[in-house]
Design a protein around this ligand. Sequence first.
Ligand code: PLP
Length: 474
Amino acid sequence: MDQLQKRLRQLPAVDQILQHPSLKDLALADHKLAVKCTREVLTAWRNRIRAGMEPPATDELAREIRDKYISDRRGSLRPVINATGTVLHTNLGRAILSEAAAMAAYTAARRYTNLEFDLATGHRGNRYEHVSTLLRELTGAEGALVVNNNAGAVFLSLSALAAGRETIISRGQLVEIGGSFRVPEVMAQSGTRLVEVGTTNKTYLKDYEAAIGPETALLLKVHPSNYRIRGFTHEVTTKELVALGRRYQIPVMEDLGSGVLLNLESYGLQGEPTVQDEVRQGVDLLTFSGDKLLGGPQAGIIVGRQELIAAIARHPLTRALRVDKLTLAALEATLLAYRYPERAVKEIPTLAALTMTPEELQKKAEHLCELLARVLASRARVEVKSITSQAGGGALPLAELPSWGVAVMPEKVETTELAHRLRRTEPAVLVRIQEDALILDVRTLLPGENRELAAALVQAFDLVGLPDGESNNA
Ligand SMILES: *Cc1c(COP(=O)(O)O)cnc(C)c1O
């Protein structure tokens, strides 16, 4: 007990540690924040000492306070370098905006706009009109509406069109999509009664037909996203389902998940139906995300028959799921690029990353490898490596995109420790680990990130300027 008190008393007082040479300037710049960070660090150390750790050296303590102060001042959301090769990484913010989309969002943020003002008539305008006209043009649908995200789009559509009545869906499509979007639960919440038909692996048209009754409001098809049933399987095609819906005058709704507006098959990316294809086949209502394969901002896009869109727009939830002007500005700019597919593929970072050729990727990897060999010197062996990357975001789940990367094999540090340190560099770097090597997939490295990546690796190897994480004290 005495021993413990003695060790606790070795921690300096707040005012005292703030006199440390490396903290004086902080206390001058923002004394209140400096005191807050110092108190938090000291409290954490008191707990560690009670748990049996030795008190830190004063310099170490000062460094920790300084790191905390810098990180608190900067805020917590910040850029990371995505070297994982997963193009649409939900945890890393999914799609990166095109220059045009980012600029449009910036302008909408910094200037007044005609968001809900009709410049032709001088009367009140409609905020959705800016993108719905373009969406109609690009998809061939009669009507369009945009809400906060695709989960919202599905929930809203079901609420507006099928609450209190029945929605028929195949058992093979009752899936969960990352981040707790579970189709049966979303359906239940919307107030529609779920009528599941068929089996997990096989559902036939006659299963749907047998379930149709006076209470049927919708036939729902859901893209299984990051999940596939293979082997002994059968699902009803869009065409068959549409024909059935027509026969009984029941609308067919499809949750496409990742909405693609370009056919990517010529780039070797098979298996995602385009929005236009599904509209052409007669699907009455389609929903998809703005920030998956479309490559725009987070949004839920609904396109389809005008009368259904109008019914959805009238529902009170539409207001609750309203998109903001920054999203609309970025979405409009993203959609504008799709008028010229060759341009879209180059300008929209998601499409650019997915359609990069193996030759381009190999060249990029060789370039990075040379740089790393030079700056890392004896710290690690580096070599160019043929690998595969993933689309992510539930899109093209089975596609193995042939890619190139750099394998970094450290000489003295464990790869897991190195990966851990790379999450604390500035900017942080996320990597894959494969058989005692860090794999840096160049597909998701943005222009200009090579130098930052090299600097971060040097920092991680040498632990220079890296904040102390908990695990380092263990
Ligand atoms: C991703 C996805 C969703 C959820 O979309 P968000 O835009 O993330 O809300 C819903 N349904 C399917 C099939 C999906 O793939």
